[in-house]
Design a binder for this molecule. Sequence first.
Ligand code: ADP
Ligand code: MG
Length: 371
Amino acid sequence: MTMRSADAASAVHVCFRNVSKRYGPAVLAVRDLTLDVFRGEFLTLLGPSGSGKTTALMMLAGFEEPSEGEILIDGQRIDIVPANRRGIGMVFQNYALFPHMTVAENLAFPLEVRKVPRPEIVQRVNAVLDMVRLTGVGSRRPDQLSGGQQQRIAVARALIFRPSLVLMDEPLGALDKQLREQMQYEIKDIHARLGVTFIYVTHDQTEALTMSDRIAVFNAGSIQQLSDPAALYERPQTDFVANFIGENNRLSGTLGPSEAGEVSVLLDGGTLRIRATRPEAMTAGAGAPATVSLRPERVAVLSDGATMPNELSAAVRSVIYVGDHLRLIADVPGIGPIIVKLPNGSGVPPLSPGADVRLGWRTEDCLALDR
Ligand SMILES: Nc1ncnc2c1ncn2[C@@H]1O[C@H](COP(=O)(O)OP(=O)(O)O)[C@@H](O)[C@H]1O
Ligand SMILES: [Mg+2]
């Protein structure tokens, strides 16, 4: 532990300051990244493939050097801290357990390197196996475990030396959907119990929303938005984030007058005007092009006599049964298709292709974003 005087400073565990990483003259993998990670939080770097997530993690782990800027752990530049003193546990997609060693030997390895006495090693190996719910498999070899079990051992090995910081890069990428979802909850649960700082990398937005305290959305080497999951979903600040996180209808138009956090938007085609929420960060004014973001589950099919602040007439193109919801695709003349997700079971009127419907939604459920 380092000496700290101010609580505010001690709350920051990891700090990237204006960090850039170039690979040769052509690739700028990370651009001017500035990010504070708080002690004990679960922070996820989320973004498409090639957006710089792994590079950011590798620089923090010390496997790559920043081209510019600095990285601090506990207020100290990492390049002055030897790799084995950084207290970082790591898990990667390809779990890379030592195949010729037993599970117990794999787990003991980080402790042997740290010269932990033998009796304590035995005790800690058993404790960590209990934690990942694999009690008793210590004498097996990795190839005698399933993929999910191997990945749990990889998580256990990253945690056994009690790191204060854990980095995970797409650790569940190789697992099938059901196991991946189960492991998401298990890793989140381990994080809650240990209270150490986790920095997690994924390209899977559902995984990020499920697991994280905060999410940094990466695109082309820089952070587009840093928010908690609800804010990211409810109040995306850019068109990129709105489309990357969850499903989204995008309506193009031109901004009209703004008032009290709302803005009117004249949709392309020139006949339909809607009211949208205007994000605080938006700088564009009347006359500027904009994209309106509208989540499919926030659109209602209006029954006769019902009204909403925003309404459109549409013709049903198709209705798809998805079990827990119905997925309706409706064509709006001059605008294009709008996707609607209707919860299955409660008062959905019978809909068939060709039927005319009125769609409606609240002003707070659609966001105007800079185009
Ligand atoms: N060792 C390397 N040499 C050259 N280019 C690299 C290297 N590693 C990554 N890149 C490039 O840097 C960019 C970011 O890669 P990466 O950090 O792996 O993204 P992500 O993890 O988000 O998929 C990509 O364009 C990738 O091709
Ligand atoms: Mg990667």
